[in-house]
Write a protein that binds this ligand. Sequence first.
Ligand SMILES: [Zn+2]
Length: 81
Amino acid sequence: MSWLKRGRDKQADPKQAQSSAGAATECLHVALDPHCDRLEDMGHEERAASFRCEACGREFDAAEGTALCAAEADRLRRLME
Ligand SMILES: [Zn+2]
């Protein structure tokens, strides 16, 4: 039930939150928040030590998070075409 922790997501659309709650098991993890171990790495997603999905609260290690970010970037690129 980790989506209940979305309190810090100020831009959450209530309607969107409801639908994403119903599809929590199929979260695409597109709202990844990079976590850096070192202050100087802040703002550099490629240096993030781990990622946390803002939508479902699941945490990923650097390799998983980077792969998900790349997949999402790829998906968006295809949408633009
Ligand atoms: Zn997720």
